[in-house]
Write a protein that binds this ligand. Structure first.
Ligand code: PMP
Length: 469
């Protein structure tokens, strides 16, 4: 089915896109036929396509437009900074006002002694930078063998070469090579719904013990002198919105401390209100990391920005005067870009002024009440998440958690039915993901689950009628 708009202007964009735009994470078998759905405008919690159809955006772009779309205030802040000074060199001994003010603001909002900010252009580059800083830190401390990073299967950490290696989602590896594989180790994800072999029947506490023991055993196997850090998303996002058992992050943090390793929290999705707080690590999970990686909600996607926020403990080592004329030789032309930082400052001001963290906290019970109501549909296997991050997983048999066959294409069918009813969700294998703007209202929540219920039932009906089971 072609995504071509009906009007001529939209069609021109659609075909230019199809011929020339290499889209990320795209199935080219269907893309070359169908092209992309052309989205033209955004306002509040809604997007509008090239034909003028309006959609409730339940995924905030891609977990990022936390303050909603089309804010004039953001446009003004960006324009003002462009007119005042669009760019200056961030290397060495020159700086800019928004970059400095934002760094101080992030230090104020981040937990513990995470007081120092290394800016990048997005989440992948921030994870990449975090790993380089960890390695630099250990080289500086005279521990050059301490290099391995322990990540988790099903984690998503980005698409630069190192971030892609840290990623544990199998499908992202297909037909790609790996570099620096000797640095990366993967352990089990904290997936309570689909637990690893040997942990299927454990209670939540016992499952937590299992995961912590696996982590510690892996460190001992590799040798603590070779292991530099653990990296984890507070709630796994693209891996299927997996919420860890109670106490997990805190205990993994303690193990890192015990073995002189750093804990890196990848908060690219979970920060800036998505879990009802500026950062989720400490506020939700009682875990103060050594490094927090942020992007997306930091500027609500109005302009690209990423940051690795590091503790004073790490900063004190990496900022020691370098020997042999060396320096901290890493960074980007656009590290601390003044326009991006001005946008982030305005974004933070809006989240504060409109009490959007509080809105997420207040709406969360209702959001989950309506979501859990979907469990009366037999193919809804699991509803899970935290605050404004949710996944709904579909199964053909709830007791044995049997997934739909790929040909049934369940999540894409639901996506299409939602589109036809004026709503955008995110299909993800046998799941759908919801990560709405923090500006969602109670009416939006009601509309969301009414449309979703109808769409799930319609997709299920299509699959039955087509005999795809
Ligand atoms: N980490 C996490 C947890 C993410 O979800 C993402 C992107 N979805 C990234 C890193 C990569 O960020 P970016 O796409 O901005 O490079």
């Amino acid at each position: 089915m072609s995504n071509a708009p009906k009007n001529q202007e939209g069609q021109a964009i659609w075909s230019q896109d199809k011929e020339h735009f290499i889209h990320p994470y795209t199935d080219y078998a269907t893309f070359k036929e169908e092209g992309s759905h052309v989205i033209s405008e955004g306002s509040g919690n809604y997007l509008t396509d090239a034909d003028g159809n309006r959609y409730l955006d339940t995924i905030a772009g891609l977990w990022c437009t936390n303050i909603g779309h089309g804010r004039t205030e953001m446009a003004d802040a960006i324009a003002e900074q462009v007119m005042k000074m669009e760019y200056c060199n961030p290397f060495g001994h020159s700086t800019n006002e928004p970059g400095s003010v934002l760094a101080a603001k992030l230090a104020e909002l981040a937990p513990g002694d995470l007081n120092h900010v290394f800016y990048t252009c997005g989440g992948s580059t921030a994870n990449d930078a975090a790993i380089r800083l960890v390695h630099f830190y250990n080289n500086q401390r005279g521990k050059p063998n301490k290099k391995k990073i322990i990540s988790r299967m099903d984690a998503y950490h980005g698409s630069t070469y190192i971030a892609a290696n840290l990623t544990g989602i199998h499908g992202t590896k297909y037909s790609f090579d790996r570099i620096a594989d000797e640095w990366v180790e993967h352990i089990s994800p904290a997936n309570m719904y689909r637990r690893p072999v040997g942990a299927e029947d454990l209670s939540e506490d016992a499952f937590c013990d299992f995961l912590v023991a696996e982590f510690e055993n892996r460190i001992l196997q590799l040798g603590p002198d070779n292991v530099a850090a653990f990296i984890a998303e507070p709630v796994m996002g693209a891996g299927g919105v997996l919420v860890a058992p109670k106490g997990y992050h805190r205990r993994m943090r303690d193990i890192c401390t015990q073995y002189d390793m750093l804990y890196i929290a990848d908060e690219v999705v979970t920060a800036f209100g998505r879990l009802g707080h500026w950062f989720a690590s400490e506020a939700v999970y009682d875990c103060v990391p050594d490094i927090i990686v942020s992007a997306k909600g930091i500027s609500s996607g109005y302009i690209p920005l990423g940051a690795a926020i590091i503790s004073s403990k790490v900063y004190d080592v990496i900022s020691q005067p370098q020997c042999e004329g060396g320096l901290l030789s890493m960074g980007f032309t656009y590290s601390g870009h003044p326009v991006a930082c001005a946008a982030a400052l305005k974004n933070i001001e809006i989240i504060e002024r409109e009490k959007l963290n509080e809105n997420v906290q207040a709406l969360t019970p209702y959001f989950y009440e309506l979501a859990n109501g979907l469990m009366d549909i037999s193919v809804v296997g699991d509803v899970r998440g935290s605050h404004f991050m949710m996944a709904i997983e579909f199964v053909t048999d709830r007791r044995d958690k049997v997934s739909f066959p790929a040909e049934a294409d369940i999540s894409n069918r639901i996506y299409q039915h939602c589109l036809a009813r004026g709503m955008i969700i995110r299909p993800l294998g046998n799941q759908i993901v919801l990560s709405p703007p923090l500006t969602l209202t109670q009416d939006d929540v009601e509309r969301l689950f009414t449309v979703l219920r109808e769409s799930i039932l319609a997709a299920w009906n299509d699959i039955n009628e087509a005999g795809l089971l």
